[in-house]
Design a binder for this molecule. Structure first.
Ligand code: ATP
Length: 239
């Protein structure tokens, strides 16, 4: 079976200037591929290019084995769900309205995140950061996607909330969804991911099975620390 999405020799960036070069990645049904790397490594650029939000500068993107240059809305119609870095909820609408606008299986979302049930009539802007992110991820998973691309789900959230989100992602993968996960919490993500790509300065520095890379945490940590001025974020990243 062809991967849900694949990039071959992808060069991605802005105004024709690549910030990611020669990237090969594929995501198969049922697996979580984690994209790690220090700030500015090119993770978000890669994710947005795979999603169809950015045009590749060079190289190829294949969806279900077929080369495509389709935009995000077309890829979404074929089962791609994107959770961008900024929470993708309508802050002025209630939780229930957000789920309705997203054409979600509401009961599925409430089973995933029961803490949203008492908040159905609450305006999303008044939810906690964790609840907003549950709503954001719930809106993506509630549409029963085949492929989930998620950018820094854990940003600014308490460890317990991060665990809840990552468990939901793992369960989705176990049910057959392919996932590409950009994450800063290296230790946590290595527990749920199947494969890992470590990006640095726009190139893959390290890749392999998550189980194998768990024993190479120090090496991953070094990659974060190797970027001048990034020592503080590296400590946070592996905590
Ligand atoms: P972070 O973990 O900090 O979010 P990242 O690994 O996701 O970083 P990107 O956001 O992909 O990295 O950024 C990679 C490079 O591309 C950075 O040097 C950044 O300044 C640059 N960049 C990002 N967005 C744009 C843009 N809209 N126009 C020009 N350059 C950009």
């Amino acid at each position: 079976m062809a991967p849900l999405i694949e990039a071959r020799k992808l060069h991605a960036g802005y105004q024709g200037v690549p910030v990611v070069s020669d990237l090969d990645v594929k995501v198969n049904p049922g697996e979580i591929v984690a994209l790690l790397g220090p700030n500015g490594a090119g993770k978000t650029t890669t994710l947005l290019t795979l999603a169809g939000e950015l045009r590749p500068i060079a190289g190829e993107i294949l969806v279900d084995g077929v080369p495509t240059r389709a935009a995000l809305h077309k890829r979404a119609a074929r089962g791609l769900a994107l959770v961008p870095e900024e929470r993708s909820v309508f802050m002025g609408q209630t939780t229930a309205e957000n789920l309705k606008i997203g054409h979600c299986d509401v009961e599925k979302v409430l089973t995933l995140f029961p803490e949203l049930r008492p908040k159905l009539k609450t305006t999303a802007g008044l939810l906690s950061g964790g609840e907003q992110q549950m709503l954001s991820l719930g809106r993506a998973l509630g549409r029963n996607p085949r492929l989930l691309l998620a950018d820094e789900l854990s940003l600014g959230l308490a460890p317990l909330v991060v665990d809840r989100l990552l468990v939901a992602v793992r369960e989705a993968a176990d049910a057959g969804v392919g996932v590409l996960l950009v994450e800063q919490h290296v230790t946590k993500v290595l527990k749920v991911a199947d494969r890992v790509l470590l990006l640095r300065r726009g190139r893959v520095e390290l890749s392999g099975a998550a189980g194998e890379l768990r024993s190479r945490l120090a090496e991953i940590e070094d990659s974060y620390l190797a970027r001048p001025g990034a020592a503080g974020s590296a400590v946070a990243a592996v905590s």
